[in-house]
Design a protein around this ligand. Structure first.
Ligand code: SAH
Length: 218
């Protein structure tokens, strides 16, 4: 049992050294979080040995957890300092939420599929990630009761940036979202400064679809 835990620690350290540092992940806090959060606990038992590979993995319900590099890239793009209130759309297995939780004050995360929400909530409890609040809903509408948010991250891809999310972003504020068609998308870093919205594409990506009233039809 101890040996297994050590193996996963080694796999994680290798993941950081081989997949993240040689690419453009330079934020030390992000590298540290990726080195600490036990990614294998967020996937099914049968997939645990593959959890630190350089690829996405299925998490059930036709959804996927992004490859470690993409999680790190999106997290780095958020520029978290530690004091932020973050909104995440697309809880999925909860791995990205756990990374965020170690880098900011509080995470609000929304998932539309009940089973994924329940499993994620279970692991948040198990790992005592007490600064993550989660709910089942259409995240394209945001989570207005707790807004505005300093930072918003969307981990599924839509045809456009949902306007409720822009409204629930602080000024200044930062949002990261993949936008494009159903097959390929631009990973956008969106900033709001003095009411002006600016977009920058940081990577070409392929995400599962953001389904909801300001996303794609089911
Ligand atoms: N951050 C997740 C990524 C999961 S994949 C992780 O680390 O595992 C994207 C998730 O977005 C899927 O679980 C999908 O069900 C969810 N999703 C898609 N449209 C959504 C919407 N409108 N609101 C909330 N979640 C949504």
């Amino acid at each position: 049992m101890l040996l297994m835990a050590n193996n996963y620690e080694l796999a994680r350290t290798r993941m950081v050294r081989e997949q993240l540092i040689p690419r453009d992940i330079t934020d030390q806090r992000v590298l540290h979080a990726m080195d600490k959060v036990p990614r294998h606990l967020f996937v099914e038992d049968a997939l645990q040995s593959q959890a630190y590979g350089d690829f996405p993995l299925p998490i059930g319900e036709g959804q996927t957890i992004s490859q470690p590099y993409i999680v790190a890239l999106m997290t780095q793009a958020l520029g978290l300092q530690g004091h932020e209130k973050v909104l995440e759309i697309g809880t999925g297995c909860g791995y990205q939420s756990a990374i965020l939780a170690s880098l900011c004050e509080r995470v609000y995360t929304v998932e539309r599929i009940k089973n994924l929400h329940i499993k994620a909530r279970r692991i948040f409890d198990r790992l005592k990630l007490l600064n993550i609040m989660c709910k089942i809903d259409d995240g394209t509408l945001g989570w207005p009761e707790h807004g505005p948010y300093d930072v918003i991250i969307v981990t599924a891809s839509g045809p456009q940036i949902p306007s409720p999310l822009l409204e629930q972003l602080t000024d200044p504020g930062r949002l990261v979202i993949p936008v494009g068609d159903r097959v390929s998308q631009d990973l956008l870093t969106v900033t709001k400064i003095d009411g002006v919205i600016t977009e920058k594409c940081i990577e070409k990506v392929r995400f599962v679809s953001l389904i909801g009233s300001a996303g794609w039809a089911a």
